[in-house]
Design a binder for this molecule. Sequence first.
Ligand code: GAR
Length: 217
Amino acid sequence: MNHRIVVLISGGGSNLQAILDAMAEGRLPAEVSLVVSNRSDAGGLDRARTAGVPTAVVSHHDYPDRESFDQALIETIDPAKPHTVALAGFMRILTPAFVAHYRGRLLNIHPSLLPRHRGLHTHSRALEEGDEEHGCSVHFVTEELDGGPLVAQAPVPVHANDTEASLSKRVGEREHQLYPLVLRWRAEGRLLLTENGAELDGEPLGPGGVQMTADSL
Ligand code: GAR
């Protein structure tokens, strides 16, 4: 049976594109059964349409509170019967009810080496704080913002002459390798969330998850 992934986006969708490309190239044995955006102008919606993937828009402006917005999201996502729900630049904080509904199936990619730099503006914060290393993380989503069990991280060096743009580009390249790889583990049935945290091939992952190097990606 095909592993069905629903991807949630808010913006340009470069991570979505990386997922679609990995599928087209046979590196990810799965299908994207739906792309959902909370913004009707998200560029990623065009990427989905070009790939022939169904899309839906659930605008948070149409709902009075997070609870009703998240309930509408659930009602949009569930008919697509996802084995995995992948947040890919989805810029809304999700309610505990949403997170509980998809527990063990909900992944997020975040542009920092968590637990460093939770939240927004991760690249400028890495520069301001003089980090020598930066990167991206994929984690299972739990109620704690950017705090769920880590699955994998990919570091990049920070160079002395880096700008937010140059650092963001370097991290983005790693994101586009890392997310399809982690989703492949899900599609192959190798990656689970258990009471011991994230497990790959039946082995609990350490606190930082799998540490990927440029060579291993
Ligand atoms: C990515 O860098 C992703 O890690 C980040 O948003 C960007 C979306 O880009 N996500 C977060 O900051 C979540 N807190 P994309 O739309 O081009 O994939």
